[in-house]
Ligand binder design. Structure first.
Ligand code: M6P
Ligand code: ZN
Length: 185
């Protein structure tokens, strides 16, 4: 009975940590990111078990529920495969028109965005930067710094993840380090 009850919070978002009873954690190793980096030879020389990023998420509704919201924090480790920065898998939403917010918490990186016409661009991600990702725009984050890059995300519980298209076709540009600076190529 919640009527007139005064409850203590059970969920905490402090710094770049998400803590609470129903927070789930998932991890992606380099081995889970097979096929996303350009330099396959350099990829092959790296340990498959090396952690690339971890995601803490709070998913209070059943996946697919219309009208609900999910919240997550992603912590992406620094590193490169050849000259390409560590990055998230990246995805369109399964329900194409669903939007999402990302915002920078710690570290430096770039949010790579690609629309349905395969136009690709990047937004610098720094602590406090807020990024609106409209529906129909694929999104992936790269870590261009020397420390952890963490960002928060909020997305609809019926958005879903469409990874297949990115796995098959990739983004139309990659973020590569050239003469010490990141370039979209
Ligand atoms: C954010 C959200 C999640 C996503 C995660 C990692 O927290 O967008 O939905 O799963 O980043 O990104 P990806 O799924 O592309 O690896
Ligand atoms: Zn998304």
């Amino acid at each position: 009975m919640k009527h007139k009850a005064i409850l203590s919070p059970g969920l905490f978002f402090i710094g770049d940590e998400l803590k609470g009873e129903n927070v789930s954690k998932s991890q992606r190793t380099l081995g889970d990111l097979a096929g996303i980096f350009e330099d396959q030879a350099a990829y092959g020389r790296m340990p498959a078990e090396q952690l690339a990023y971890e995601v803490y998420s709070y998913l209070p509704e059943r996946e697919g529920t219309p009208g609900g919201l999910y919240f997550g924090i992603t912590r992406l480790y620094p590193g490169k495969v050849g000259n390409e920065y560590f990055m998230t898998k990246g995805h369109f939403h399964r329900l194409e028109d669903r939007a999402e917010y990302y915002w920078g918490l710690e570290g430096e990186g770039m949010l790579i965005l690609m629309d349905r016409e395969r136009n690709t661009w990047a937004e610098r991600m720094v602590p406090g930067s807020l990024h609106y990702i409209p529906g129909g725009v694929a999104h992936r984050v790269t870590n261009t710094g020397s420390g952890i890059l963490s960002f928060a995300a909020c997305w609809p519980s019926d958005a879903g993840h469409n990874y297949e298209e990115i796995a098959n076709e990739g983004f139309s540009a990659r973020l590569i380090e050239e003469n010490g600076t990141p370039k979209l190529r």
